[in-house]
Design a protein around this ligand. Structure first.
Ligand SMILES: [Zn+2]
Length: 96
């Protein structure tokens, strides 16, 4: 039986109709970065906002709470780049 495509409606941010896509979504859990793959989501083609159905959200929450699945999942390396940014001293106009 074919399933009816879910209607994600319009983007909460910019009111553009959402498109269904399968995405990777990252989560920080107890200091660990976890990527969940194969997540059905509504994605805004205009601003990139993402939404998932409540049922999908429940499955994600269950997966994030499953320590054994996480411990035995494949690992990937990600670059960690330190931002070197020294803010300029801002001199108020009246002090110039
Ligand atoms: Zn949007």
């Amino acid at each position: 039986m074919p399933t009816q495509p879910y209607d994600y409606g319009v983007c909460d941010v910019c009111r553009t109709p959402m498109h269904e896509q399968t995405i990777k979504q990252d989560f920080w859990v107890r200091g660990e970065l976890i990527v969940i793959d194969n997540v059905p989501a509504g994605v805004c083609p205009q601003c990139g906002a993402k939404v998932v159905q409540a049922e999908v959200g429940r499955h994600i929450a269950a997966l994030l709470g499953n320590a054994e699945r996480i411990a035995t999942a494949p690992r990937m390396a990600v670059p960690v780049v330190r931002l070197e940014y020294a803010p300029r001293t801002i001199i108020p106009a009246e002090a110039r």
